[in-house]
Design a protein around this ligand. Structure first.
Ligand SMILES: C[S@@+](CC[C@H](N)C(=O)[O-])C[C@H]1O[C@@H](n2cnc3c(N)ncnc32)[C@H](O)[C@@H]1O
Length: 189
């Protein structure tokens, strides 16, 4: 009986560090920011973003926190440009599938389930759109400065960066309220 206890205790000693390691691994994969509030950007604001960003068919648009990815689908339909939308909430990805069917833009638009702060090919973007709270903007600012190529336009609905003044801010009125659209163009380093 005693040796059975000894064996169980030894098993626990071996398993504990393994379990602790697994726990640590999970924490390291946890996104730094995940606020699942979904408020779709109004059509009037989307049109103003397209106008300010001077979108053409040569653009590659990324929507960070894309919701149902309607902005990329609309841009692809209107201009024929490529789009990649990322959202952390799988419910939004399913909704994006409905938009894909409705907009019928073939392979121009991709919708990914993932963390918008950790996008492996973000430097392919020529335009980045977003409607994210200030906490995200603060985390995204150094990534944008490090990874976006010169000439890339960033268009943000309502929220700005803390340490990077926009080149342009325009007020847009929708049926419900006034909105801001901020635009930055990434400069050469
Ligand atoms: C206010 S909605 C904006 C939706 C869309 N971009 C628009 O303007 O219509 C913000 C979205 O960001 C998503 N989100 C929050 N944190 C995220 C993260 N770390 N990575 C990817 N998506 C995230 C939420 O699930 C939500 O759908």
């Amino acid at each position: 009986m005693k040796s059975l206890f000894k064996l169980a205790a030894l098993g626990c000693l071996i398993m504990l560090p393994l379990l602790a390691g697994a726990q640590q691994k999970d924490n390291s994969q946890k996104p730094k920011y995940a606020n699942l509030t979904f408020v779709p950007t109004a059509d009037e604001v989307i049109d103003k973003m397209f106008e300010m960003g001077k979108i053409t068919k040569n653009d590659v648009m990324f929507d960070l926190g894309c919701g149902d990815n309607r902005i990329c689908f609309k841009a692809a339909k209107k201009f024929g440009c490529k789009g990649v939308g990322l959202d952390i909430n799988p419910v939004r990805i399913r909704e994006a599938m409905d938009w894909a069917e409705k907009m019928n833009v073939g392979l121009l638009v991709e919708t990914r389930h993932g963390d918008a702060l950790n996008v492996k090919d973000i430097s392919d973007a020529t335009v980045v759109v977003m409607y994210m709270f200030p906490e995200f903007m603060n985390l995204w600012e150094p990534v944008a400065k490090a990874k976006l190529k010169p000439g890339t336009r960033i268009l943000s609905h309502d929220y700005s960066f803390s340490n990077w003044e926009p080149d342009q801010t325009v007020i847009v009125r929708s049926s419900t309220r006034e909105h801001k659209v901020h635009m930055w163009t990434v400069k050469k380093k």
